[in-house]
Design a protein around this ligand. Structure first.
Ligand SMILES: Nc1ncnc2c1ncn2[C@@H]1O[C@H](COP(=O)(O)OP(=O)(O)O)[C@@H](O)[C@H]1O
Ligand SMILES: [Mg+2]
Length: 245
C-alpha cells in the first residue's frame, strides 16, 4: 500500500470540513475524488500532502507516518500536488519553473536541467520552454502546473481540478497526458468535476458530501448510486446532468 489515511478529520473552528475520511491507495492506482463544491475534497487533499495537519486521524505514506510532516517532507518522500489555482512563477521561463521542481532531486544544475527537459518533453512544453510563464493561456498553465510537480519525481501525484477551465478538446489532450504520467509509474489521485475525466481515467472513486465519504467503488457504479445522485441533485440540477453525461 502506498498511502493510507485513517479517519481523517479537519475542523476549522466550529466547522468540520472533513469528517472521518479514510482512503487506501495501492501503487499504480488512479483514484478519483468527486463531490459538490464545498464537500471537503481540497481540504482532505491538503491533509494528505501536509498543507494542513488533520485535527484527527492518521496518514501514512510509503511506510512513514506523515500525519504531522511538513509539505517539504511530503515532497521529499514522493507526494506531489497541484493547486486548484496554479502557483507558477510568472516572470520565470517555463523551463525555470520546471527547474524549481527538478532541484528537489537534482542539486547539480546540469542534472536538474536534464530532468527538467525530460519533463518538458513529456508534457509537450519543450518548444516553448524559453517563454515566460505569464505568456501561457489556460491549457499551457495547466500543463506547466503538472510539469512542475512531475519534476519533483513523485510516486504519488494529486491533481486538484487540474483540468478545470479547459475546452473538451483540451480535456482530451490532458487525459492523454495523465495517462502518460500514469504509464511512467506514477500513482494518481484526481479531484475533478469533469465526469469524462473520472470515468475514463480512474479505477476507483470516493464521493464526498458535507465532509464525509458517502460512497466509493468503481466509477460507473458510483455515478449511478442514488445517494450520489441525491448529493449532486441537492445542490444543482445542471451538475447532476453533467454527472449522467
Ligand atoms: N482554511 C479554512 N478555514 C475555514 N473553512 C475552510 C477552510 N478551507 C476550507 N474551508 C471550508 O471547508 C469546506 C470544504 O472546502 P473544500 O475542501 O475547499 O471543498 P471542495 O474542494 O470539495 O470544494 C467549505 O465549506 C470551505 O468553505
Ligand atoms: Mg476544491
Amino acid at each position: 500500500m502506498l498511502l493510507k489515511a485513517e479517519n481523517v478529520s479537519m475542523q476549522f473552528g466550529g466547522f468540520r470540513a472533513v469528517s472521518g475520511a479514510s482512503l487506501e491507495i495501492n501503487q499504480g492506482e488512479i483514484i478519483g475524488l468527486i463531490g459538490p463544491n464545498g464537500a471537503g475534497k481540497s481540504t482532505f487533499f491538503n491533509c494528505l500532502v501536509g498543507d494542513l495537519r488533520p485535527t484527527e486521524g492518521r496518514v501514512w505514506f510509503d511506510g512513514h507516518d506523515v500525519t504531522q510532516a511538513s509539505p517539504e517532507e511530503h515532497a521529499k518522500l514522493g507526494i506531489g500536488r497541484t493547486f486548484q489555482l496554479p502557483a507558477t512563477f510568472e516572470d520565470l521561463s517555463i523551463l525555470d519553473n520546471v527547474m524549481v521542481g527538478a532541484f528537489l532531486r537534482h542539486p547539480r544544475v546540469s542534472d536538474a536541467l536534464e530532468a527538467a527537459h525530460r519533463v518538458l518533453e513529456l508534457t509537450g512544453l519543450s518548444e516553448i520552454a524559453q517563454q515566460k510563464a505569464k505568456t501561457l493561456g489556460t491549457p499551457g498553465r495547466k500543463r506547466l502546473e503538472i510539469a512542475r510537480v512531475l519534476a519533483t519525481e513523485p510516486k504519488l501525484m494529486l491533481l486538484d481540478e487540474a483540468l478545470a477551465g479547459l475546452t473538451p478538446v483540451e480535456v482530451r489532450r490532458a487525459i492523454e497526458l495523465v495517462r502518460k504520467i500514469h504509464q511512467s509509474g506514477v500513482t494518481l489521485v484526481i479531484v475533478e468535476h469533469i465526469m469524462e475525466v473520472i470515468l475514463t481515467l480512474t479505477d476507483r472513486v470516493l464521493v464526498f458530501n458535507q465532509g464525509k465519504v458517502i460512497a466509493s467503488g468503481k466509477p460507473s457504479d458510483v455515478v449511478n448510486d442514488p445517494a450520489v445522485v441525491e448529493a449532486y441533485l441537492g445542490r444543482s440540477l445542471s451538475r447532476q446532468k453533467g454527472l449522467a453525461a
